[in-house]
Ligand binder design. Structure first.
Ligand SMILES: O=C(O)CCC(=O)C(=O)O
Ligand SMILES: [Fe+2]
Length: 347
């Protein structure tokens, strides 16, 4: 037994873990759900996955394979460039963490060195949202610390390829949240207005191979995700691990044709922990380069996340204070950057 410390929305959390190595998972530990399953079956499976595990695979998700392949090959090209070229759009030049993040900028696991991955970060802009164009929906979150423009590398087609993928997962996420509303016994459209111009960030992440004896730093240290939920295109290289309720690390290898979906802290908070936000990490000891593309879906930044009334059973009280989505995301994200350690205590 050993202790693991990580930062969550309740501050630094300590968990007992049985061993630092991961075992393979049995089938029901991380469910695989077809979005084309009959409605009742689908909602039952999602309910089980969201309330018991917090992680599941989805298939029949409707995102075309060519758009997924295109973003992975663009990511490969981006990361293959010289450091100096990538650093032209270093994220520190953006007030809202958009752009290129070199290795060792983020510390997720308190007990280890900063994460070894490098990444490209982008976020929501109306221009990238087909629905927003169609309905001319507006959301004024200009005052919010997380709103602002993206920065793009000077690479042909990069912005187009990334935007096309983003538009697909954005509409998948809006469909998923309607399913989650129904799982929670709410009207299908309960969240729609609250995600009309959502805090929805994408990342391209590159994990260099690491030796299994080098445990000082991981690809991404143990953490929970910040937003409502994450839709992850995990690429082809297995390295993602999930901490189960017994304190065992279990492997979540890629399954062709699927995305990995996991509940994040914002949705756990909104549902008073009926939906669970599960600790996970990435440790790439395969000997191969790994690329993954997570998409983090959150509420509009001007939405107040206050426990959904129907998630409180008789006499149950809310565990969490209301928070403004944008402020909360900003605090959590900036606190994880290694040069902003003083913010950690406040996160
Ligand atoms: O790369 C992965 O498989 C997971 C990435 C992740 O956990 C994150 O970016 O929050
Ligand atoms: Fe994560």
């Amino acid at each position: 037994m050993a202790n693991l410390n990580f930062v969550s929305f309740s501050g630094t959390v300590q968990r007992e873990i049985q061993s630092d190595t991961a075992r393979s998972a049995s089938f029901d530990e991380i469910p695989l759900i077809s979005l084309k399953a009959p409605k009742k079956e689908l909602l039952d499976q999602l309910k089980d996955a969201c309330t018991r595990v917090g992680f599941f695979y989805i298939k029949d998700h409707g995102v075309p394979a060519d758009k997924i392949e295109a973003i992975f090959s663009m990511a490969e090209k981006f990361f293959a460039q010289e450091k100096e070229v990538k650093n032209k759009i270093n994220y520190k030049k953006s007030k809202i963490l958009r752009g290129y993040e070199p290795p060792a900028e983020v510390r997720t696991d308190e007990n280890r060195k900063p994460d070894v991955n490098e990444a490209f970060n982008w976020g929501y802009e109306k221009e990238l949202d087909p629905l927003c164009h169609a309905t001319e929906a507006t959301a004024e979150w200009a005052d919010n610390p997380m709103s602002g423009p993206n920065v793009w590398p000077d690479m042909p087609e990069f912005k187009n390829v990334v935007s096309r993928y983003y538009a697909e997962v954005l509409s998948l996420a809006r469909g998923m949240i309607q399913l989650f509303a129904q799982v929670l016994g709410l009207p299908l459209n309960y969240f729609d207005e609250l995600v009309s111009a959502p805090g929805a960030m994408g990342r391209l992440i590159h994990y260099p191979p690491q030796s299994s004896s080098d445990t000082d730093a991981l690809g991404i240290g143990a953490h929970t995700d910040i937003e409502l939920f994450t839709i992850l295109a995990p690429g082809t290289v297995p390295a993602l691990q999930i901490l189960n309720t017994n304190g065992e690390w279990i492997q979540a290898p890629p399954i062709p044709g699927t995305f990995v979906v996991n509940i994040g802290d914002m949705l756990a908070r909104w549902t008073n922990d009926r939906f669970v936000s599960t600790v996970h990490r990435v440790w790439n000891i395969t000997g191969q380069e790994r690329i993954s593309v997570p998409f983090f879906f959150g509420a509009n930044y001007d939405v107040t996340i206050r426990t959904i009334e129907s998630c409180l059973k008789d006499n149950e009280t809310s565990k969490y204070e209301p928070v403004l989505a944008g402020d909360y995301v900003w605090k959590r994200l900036s606190a994880s950057r290694v040069d902003q350690q003083e913010l950690r205590a406040a996160a």
